[in-house]
Design a binder for this molecule. Structure first.
Ligand SMILES: Nc1ncnc2c1ncn2[C@@H]1O[C@H](COP(=O)(O)OP(=O)(O)OP(=O)(O)O)[C@@H](O)[C@H]1O
Ligand SMILES: [Mg+2]
Length: 269
């Protein structure tokens, strides 16, 4: 569905994405993971031509996007980007409705859909008539996510779509997203720097380091055979956290009775 062939982006002398080759199958969720500045956003924006590649090619559905106008391409692809926010002069409802009017939906159907989408991302109906400046960061992010999904695109690009959310909302939206993408057979590239999030949602994870692809594989493959020390290090934190949490949940090991006696503890309640 998406194929990157030796995709490269240079700014002056610095190469920020280097000869990246990668393909994403229909219905697959590929996570692009890497530290800050590793080229994730740049890669994603080259897919829908918000950034023109310096060299290499992006193919979508078997056809090169070289000759395509960026806006034509972007109409087919849903996207949520880190900094490209909502249209500031439009209400929340109008923001979410934008892809629907572009797709020619009628008024009634659009209104119903907007309500449904806002509900899905846990936003109060009263928020629909507010403007983006009147929202919190997490609320704005949810509106962006609702807008990207509203017209049920077949292809989606998401750049840290849940970065500003509290853990409970984040978990809910991750689950929601997984359900939606199965239902729609959505093909998606999802950027995050959070390895836990990647392990939880990815079919495959592509690890970028300084613009170079260091490994691509299923979460299992990464855990079983990390390609290098960098990938190993990225996995260290989720491993340690998982162990600590598992231990806490399991509770303290049984103390021998003699120890309790000696501490004057007696029988537990
Ligand atoms: N217009 C530009 N001119 C020069 N350098 C740029 C430009 N845009 C991005 N860069 C550089 O390219 C590199 C990759 O940037 P990019 O935004 O793709 O990183 P990222 O992986 O998305 O990072 P983050 O996790 O912080 O969002 C960075 O070093 C950045 O400074
Ligand atoms: Mg980025």
């Amino acid at each position: 569905m998406i194929e990157l062939r030796r995709l490269t982006k240079r700014y002056g002398d610095s190469v920020v994405v280097r000869e990246l080759s990668l393909s994403v199958a229909k219905g697959e969720l590929l996570v692009l993971l890497g530290g800050s500045g590793s080229g994730k956003t740049t890669t994603l924006k080259m897919v829908n031509r918000l950034i023109p590649p310096s060299s290499g090619e992006v193919r979508i559905d078997g056809a090169s996007t070289d000759g395509l106008e960026g806006h034509v391409l972007r109409r087919k692809i849903g996207y949520v980007f880190q900094k490209i926010g909502l249209f500031p002069h439009m209400t929340v409802a109008d923001n979410v409705a934008t892809p629907l009017s572009l797709a020619g939906w009628g008024e009634e159907r659009t209104t119903a859909r907007v309500t449904e989408m806002l509900e899905m991302v846990d936003l109060e109906p009263s928020i629909a008539q507010r403007f983006p400046r009147e929202l919190s960061g997490g609320q704005a992010q949810r509106v962006g996510f609702a807008r990207a999904l509203a017209a049920e695109p077949k292809l989606m690009l998401l750049d840290e779509p849940f970065g500003a959310l509290d853990p409970v909302t984040r978990d809910k939206l991750q689950q929601e997203f997984l359900a939606i993408r199965r239902r729609l057979e959505l093909t998606a590239v999802f950027v995050t720097h959070d390895m836990v999030e990647a392990l939880l949602i990815a079919d495959r994870i592509a690890v970028l380091k300084e613009g170079v692809l260091v490994q691509v594989g299923t979460p299992r493959e990464l855990l079983d055979s990390p390609a290098d020390e960098y990938v190993e290090r990225l996995l260290e934190m989720p491993r340690r956290q998982a162990r600590t949490v598992a231990e806490l949940i399991a509770g303290p090991p049984d103390e021998p009775a003699a120890t309790r006696e000696a501490q004057g503890g007696g029988a537990p309640p």
